[in-house]
Write a protein that binds this ligand. Structure first.
Ligand code: FMN
Length: 332
């Protein structure tokens, strides 16, 4: 009998604290195998996920309020190099993944040209990649890069039907300095409270910060450099570990995540701009944040949502989605 089978047999006879330790060890084993930072390029999916992340950094750069002229060249160079390696390792079939990344690089080149920046090395690496994939740059039709949207159009779409709400929601990085009215925040919180939760325990909490406190929190979060001081309000979504029993050690992240997504949509519905900001960090980064911002240790931080009134026009990253065939499996 293998060790995991033996452990699974004896597990229920152990004290709960040891059962938790086994659970953490089991998760540790999977992390060591499947985390994207571990032997990344030896695994096609890990390479794709990390390339999508690098691709997003370029898209996000183009959607920023005040990007530095000529920004991002080293990152795009590195993306083209890794894309070349990906093609060598896993083939250069022009699938939706490769075409999306190529379309983003082209959008970046066009963006720099409009800004009068010359980037011959990137253009040549891009041409070589296109040749490898067997496509000419003019044939790239995957939506990529950024688009400029009007606040009034976004607000109208959000107040229409569910489909239009979902299709018009974007991560917003352009805010007016005024604080969002509390009545709008509370309407969104009321709507998000309709989120289903395991046994209706509703173990979510929200902590709301404004102005300088919000900026300090966002600086500690680190994922909104270049626009964090423009975000007038942030909502930290947490879930209370006290709400869950021994057999559901990770349920707090699931219930908290479901609630957070509803709050993200509800903020859009009430006409505010909003952006989810990651709390996916090691605890030595999160726990000091929790202490500084008076979030009790029994709560886990799920996500920070930056929110506020939008400026009249906003630039958003197009963030093309995978076709559902790439993410769904029918088991019949
Ligand atoms: C859990 C989570 C964490 C995120 N963290 C950040 C972040 O730190 N900085 C940022 O600019 N965007 C962040 N985003 C926004 C994503 O980049 C964005 O949702 C994604 O590119 C899709 O674009 P869309 O929201 O406009 O549809 C985060 C989104 C989620 C769901």
């Amino acid at each position: 009998m293998k060790l995991p089978d033996i452990l699974s047999r004896v597990k229920n006879h152990l004290p709960l604290s040891l059962q938790f330790l086994l659970e953490v060890l089991s998760y540790w084993r999977r992390l060591c195998r499947y985390n994207a930072s571990v032997r990344t390029d030896r695994d096609r999916q890990k390479m794709q996920y990390t390339l999508l992340r690098e691709n997003h950094i370029i898209e996000k750069g183009m959607s920023m309020p005040n990007p530095r002229r000529g920004f991002g060249q080293a990152k795009v160079q590195s993306l083209t190099t890794r894309m070349g390696r990906y093609c060598e390792l896993y083939g250069s079939e022009p699938d939706t993944f490769l075409l999306y990344i190529l379309a983003t690089i082209r959008a970046y080149i066009d963006y720099q040209h409009r800004d009068g920046v010359d980037i011959p090395d990137i253009e040549s690496a891009f041409s070589q990649l296109c040749a490898k994939v067997g496509i000419s740059p003019g044939q790239l039709s995957t939506p990529a890069g950024i688009e400029v949207l009007r606040r009034t159009d976004l607000q109208q779409a959000a107040a229409a039907d569910f489909q239009t709400l979902l299709l018009s929601r974007h991560s917003i990085r352009y805010f007016r300095p005024e604080l969002p009215p509390r009545e709008l925040l509370e309407r969104a919180l009321e709507l998000a409270a309709r989120t289903p939760s395991a046994c209706n325990r509703q173990a979510w909490h929200t902590h709301i910060y404004f102005d300088e406190e919000a900026h300090e929190l966002l600086r500690m979060q680190g994922g909104c450099k270049g626009f964090c001081d423009d975000i007038p309000c942030c909502i930290v979504v947490t879930a209370d570990m006290k709400g869950f029993l021994g057999h559901e050690p990770f349920q707090c992240f699931i219930d908290g995540g479901l609630y957070a997504q509803n709050l993200i949509n509800a903020l859009h519905f009430v006409g505010l701009g909003d952006i989810p900001l990651s709390c996916g960090f090691f605890s030595d980064q999160l726990l000091p944040m929790q202490r500084r911002f008076q979030i009790p240790e029994n709560e886990v931080m799920v996500v920070i949502i930056g929110t506020g009134l939008m400026t009249d026009n906003v630039k958003v990253a197009i963030s093309t989605r995978k076709p559902i065939a790439a993410t769904n499996i029918y088991h019949s």
